[in-house]
Design a protein around this ligand. Structure first.
Ligand SMILES: *[C@@H]1O[C@H](CO)[C@@H](O)[C@H](O)[C@H]1NC(C)=O
Ligand SMILES: *[C@@H]1O[C@H](CO)[C@@H](O)[C@H](O)[C@H]1NC(C)=O
Ligand SMILES: *[C@@H]1O[C@H](CO)[C@@H](O)[C@H](O)[C@H]1NC(C)=O
Ligand SMILES: *[C@@H]1O[C@H](CO)[C@@H](O)[C@H](O)[C@H]1NC(C)=O
Ligand SMILES: *[C@@H]1O[C@H](CO)[C@@H](O)[C@H](O)[C@H]1NC(C)=O
Ligand SMILES: [Cu+2]
Length: 468
């Protein structure tokens, strides 16, 4: 791969937020998205990301956050509970991380450039990967299969991490059920399902009991595609859950999946996921925001329509939040904010410590699609979601035990309501985690202003921060 610019890293992290006013660790400068909190790390240069994980445990994802480099530059971070603090579920015999990705036979920087200059959609991935291996359903990959050796009768904890670029995926294991115990690094009440959907940017921990007859079972990821007429890779990536004693030659048992567009099944886990404990949902909100999100088509203004207007009806794909397509700036927004440079940001976001409710309403003029929206710098309580238009008088909100997440798949043509406390000063990116949608403009950033004193204020930038 030709890399002229080295990636910047983005680290998902949760600000420490507690009902009892726990001390903040402030590290917006280490968040990572290019042109939001820093400029990209240039070839031959380095930048050390320093941050503190305050009251966080569980499975996290790190990845490059410039262009489409996440496709190949990503990994899992696992934070264990403090010594002596048990999991809130039976201790597993073993733990394994499964990192999902999409692969193209192409430099992904070129891939983004080509897609953006075409005006059309992204080409399907050439393969899906589980821990770097596509598995036996792909040509030439019969022996390139990730495998977990399983002791019959034991319980396994699988940490599922999606670094996929443009596709959400179902995950299932043949003949086994999955008990979700954690999502986005926060414990959930146990929820047992046959399959689940994981969106790019999400992490989900599941317990699996090896209680089936001795054999080899497929663990597989297959596409979930809620949009119509979008081409996508259909071949699942397959890994093996192989019981000790299973014959190496015997064919493995295939995993079964819902239909690729089965939104009802896909939404089941979200509808039924509950946080394990009361996580301190703000019962009162200071700011009530409603943002529309969706895809659209712009008119073709190119003198070369065949080359650059390959969107629907000869137009150009676009995406927006509140009808504004985000245009990547040429400076870092955080730097502009820190330097009080005019013209890059407004300060109309509610003040430090505000309790914010944000309703994301999925619209779209060219069909609707599930958008996994990710917020940096904060986790949020997913207090509600539904189909159709959000109606504040009839919407049923869960203020008792909603899941506490950082990426929410806003249902196709539906809505999701999240609540969070804006108590982490800095500039925080919020964007669709389907990378092609973010490139089209489905993104924005919040400025969270300083509170009182150094423990509520954005620190000075580190000396090695990359400059534009
Ligand atoms: C495998 O190769 C065949 C023949 O070239 C092709 O039709 C098929 O699409 C390939 N499968 C995958 C998953 O690439
Ligand atoms: C799913 O796709 C199939 C085949 O393309 C189509 O017949 C069906 O109507 C779709 N279902 C939904 C719920 O969109
Ligand atoms: C969280 O909930 C579980 C199950 O109800 C309970 O056993 C545990 O004590 C709770 N933990 C905290 C910190 O409240
Ligand atoms: C543009 O595409 C149309 C339809 O495919 C084709 O008929 C036409 O000749 C193309 N024009 C150019 C300049 O390539
Ligand atoms: C800062 O302190 C003042 C005086 O105690 C208080 O009125 C104000 O609400 C505080 N601001 C924030 C953002 O906490
Ligand atoms: Cu999207």
């Amino acid at each position: 791969m030709m890399v002229h610019r080295l990636p910047s890293l983005m680290l998902f992290w949760w600000c420490s937020r507690s009902r009892h006013g726990v001390r903040q660790r402030l590290s917006c400068w280490a968040d990572g998205p290019a042109y939001i909190t820093q400029c990209p790390i240039q070839a031959g240069r380095s930048y050390t990301y320093e941050f503190t994980l305050v009251q966080q445990k569980g499975t996290l994802l790190w990845h490059a956050h410039v262009s489409w480099l996440r496709a190949t530059v990503h990994g899992a971070i696992v934070v264990y509970p403090k010594t002596g603090v048990p999991y809130p579920f039976p201790h597993p015999y073993e733990e394994h991380s499964l990192v999902f990705a999409e692969y193209w036979h192409k430099d992904v920087l070129r891939l983004e450039e080509d897609v953006m200059s075409s005006g059309g959609g992204a080409p399907p991935a050439d393969a899906y990967l589980i821990n770097g291996s596509p598995g036996p359903l792909y040509n030439c990959s019969a022996t390139d299969v990730y495998e977990i050796a399983v002791v019959p009768g034991k319980t396994y904890l699988l940490r599922l991490v999606s670094a996929s670029l443009n596709t959400e995926h179902f995950f299932a294991i043949a003949d086994h059920r999955l008990t979700i115990v954690e999502a986005d690094g926060e414990y959930t009440k146990p929820l047992t399902v046959d399959s689940l959907v994981i969106a790019p940017g999400q992490t989900i921990n599941v317990l699996v009991q090896a209680d089936r007859p001795i054999d080899t079972y497929d663990m597989a990821m297959a596409p979930f595609m809620s949009a119509r007429n979008v081409p996508f890779q259909k071949t699942p990536a397959v890994a093996h859950f192989r019981y000790s004693g299973a014959g190496p030659e015997a064919p493995s048992r295939p995993a079964e999946f819902p239909a690729f567009n089965d939104s009802l099944t896909a939404d089941f886990a979200l509808s039924n996921l509950r946080s394990l404990n009361d996580t301190g949902v703000p019962l009162v909100v200071d700011a009530n925001l409603l943002f529309t999100i969706g895809l659209a088509v712009e008119q073709c203004h190119s003198p070369h329509p065949n080359a650059s207007c390959r969107g629907p009806g000869g137009g150009v794909f676009a995406a927006a939040m509140n009808n504004i397509a985000f245009v990547e700036p040429t400076v870092s927004l955080l730097q502009a904010y820190y330097d009080n440079t005019n013209g890059y940001y407004t300060e109309d976001f509610p003040g430090f410590g505000s309790r914010v409710q944000l309703v994301l309403q999925n619209t779209g003029t060219v069909g609707t699609e599930n958008h996994p929206v990710h917020l940096h710098g904060h986790s949020f309580h997913v207090v509600g979601h539904g189909t159709g238009n959000y109606n504040p008088t009839t919407a049923q909100l869960n203020l008792a035990d909603p899941p506490y997440m950082n990426t929410i798949g806003v249902p196709a043509g539906g809505w999701a309501a999240i609540r969070f406390v804006a108590d982490n000063p800095g500039v925080w990116f919020m964007h669709c985690h389907l990378e092609v949608h973010a490139s089209w403009g489905l993104a924005m950033a919040f400025v969270v202003k300083d509170g009182n004193g150094t423990m509520e204020s954005l620190p000075h930038p580190p000396a090695d921060l990359p400059r534009c």
